[in-house]
Design a protein around this ligand. Structure first.
Ligand code: PHE
Length: 452
């Protein structure tokens, strides 16, 4: 396929909403509050914001420029920009990690679908033991597999429609809907009895809580949340037009992503503080074990409101997860169909079928396959470890080194300034961050995650 007949996002809004769709996901609504809760609240938020600005943004711009310059899937992109070198392994690593991440991310995505169904059918009643509810669900092989299949099918339906009619069109519907729902939920959160306590926890920093563990967790979270190091944004950028302002797009995506994470905190912490006995540092089970009934209890005087609130919350999770699974799927589909010269539809089927099988195996690691471990980890944890904690920071660091040290400075300048037509006063700072700050910072997350 030549660069000219390559698919393209049709509009600037499409570019921003699709990229923001990739970034905004379970990472914002599920992982961010639990990380913030277990890392001391507002102090974590502050460090997180610094990481987004000085680490996430430069790497995001780099992914954008690699994708847009090469007009190719992630693996081919490096081959085009650095022919004859080993850099294409970085791209291949991205494709491989996207494949692994999709296979376990879809398991949690499936849980959000199940919880949506449970909240719509009003199954969250007073007195339910949610730890048991969650445990029973994740260990039920049929149910959890069914939801993996359903979620992969939803993702597939969007992907086979293509870049413009699928990804862009759906992002343009799903993202505004997601932002609308989250705004409503934020407004409702202010009326909860625990609102001021929850907001205090989120917004009033206690600097004595900033430890190296907090800094490193915040960096890891920024990375995950912005979908970096996985080829997602690089693949999407290969569909950007020549006139797309890469820096501004990265700024908008980072702003939306951060806003959604903070808003998720504004919803969740007041809810948790509204029910006595619940803890903000419940970790990953916060959303699935602590929250189901929180809305009903917090709104016990207005049960309808509690019902609407919890349905909206889980629909929000589904939408967020879906726009991210779409982007992960696209990385692999673009690679397979371009590399093996397959029709896009065929490529998409290959990815859907193989990820569904792996996804089911991952979901079974909470039940019948619990005993099957490699390096002491079940399949789900192993995939999470290898991709999110190993391959992702590694390729992020290499991307920074590639753009900062290897790529010709003129190429970087031309892409970031659209051949000199956009002013870029911070270019030197950008290069400095890529050359020195990002590699060193990412290396430290990396080592931290490995020795944990
Ligand atoms: N950024 C997504 C989230 O916050 C997760 C993701 C990571 C998606 C990497 C694509 C690539 O949930």
């Amino acid at each position: 396929m030549s660069a000219n007949d390559r698919a393209n996002f049709g509009s600037k809004l499409g570019v921003i909403l699709a990229s923001a769709g990739s970034a905004v996901g379970l990472g914002n609504i599920w992982r961010f509050p639990s990380e913030l809760g277990s890392n001391g609240g507002a102090a974590f938020l502050l460090v997180y914001l610094l990481c987004i600005m000085f680490l996430g943004l430069p790497v995001m711009v780099s992914e954008f420029l690699i994708g847009r310059r090469s007009q190719a899937n992630t693996a081919t992109a490096y081959q085009k920009l650095a022919p004859g070198s080993k850099w294409h392994y970085v791209g291949l690593m991205g494709v491989f990690s996207a494949f692994l991440i999709l296979s376990y991310y879809v398991v949690v995505a499936g849980w959000t679908l199940e919880y949506t169904v449970a909240s719509v059918t009003n199954s969250f009643t007073d007195g339910t033991d949610y730890t048991k509810f969650f445990g029973d669900f994740v260990s039920n092989p049929w149910k959890s597999s069914l939801y993996v299949v359903l979620f992969m099918l939803l993702t597939h339906v969007v992907i086979v429609r293509g870049v413009t009619d699928g990804i862009e069109r759906f992002s343009k519907v799903m993202m505004p809907l997601l932002l609308f729902i989250i705004c409503i939920l934020v407004i409702c959160a202010f009326s909860m009895p625990g609102a001021s306590e929850g907001l205090n926890f989120l917004l009033k920093p206690d600097f004595s809580k900033v430890t190296t563990k907090v800094v490193l967790s915040a960096m890891g979270q920024a990375f995950f949340s912005m979908s970096l190091g996985m080829g997602c944004l690089c693949t999407y950028a290969s569909y950007f037009g020549r006139d797309t302002n890469l820096l501004r797009t990265a700024g908008s995506v980072a702003a939306i992503d951060t806003m959604v994470a903070v808003m998720a905190g504004i919803i969740i912490f007041p809810a948790v503080y509204s029910v006595p006995g619940l803890s903000v540092d419940a970790g990953p089970s916060l959303v699935f074990v602590t929250l189901p009934n929180v809305f009903n209890i917090a709104f016990h005087n207005a049960p309808v409101l509690g019902y609407v609130f919890s349905v909206m919350f889980y629909v929000l999770l589904v939408l967020a997860a879906l726009t991210s699974t779409i982007s992960l799927h696209e990385v692999v589909t673009a690679y397979i169909s371009e590399r093996f010269k397959l029709a896009r539809k065929t490529g998409a089927y290959v990815v859907t079928i193989s990820c569904t099988v792996l996804g089911i195996l991952c979901s079974l690691s909470f039940g019948v396959l619990k005993g099957f471990t490699l390096f002491d980890m079940g399949l789900f944890d192993l995939f999470d470890f290898v991709s999110a904690k190993f391959l992702m920071p590694l390729s992020g660091m290499l991307i920074a080194i590639f753009t900062g040290w290897y790529l010709e400075r003129k190429i970087v300048f031309d892409e970031v300034t659209n051949y000199g037509s956009i002013r870029m006063p911070l270019f030197k700072l950008y290069i400095f961050l890529l050359k020195y700050f990002a590699p060193i910072a990412i290396m430290s997350i990396f080592i931290n995650e490995l020795v944990k």
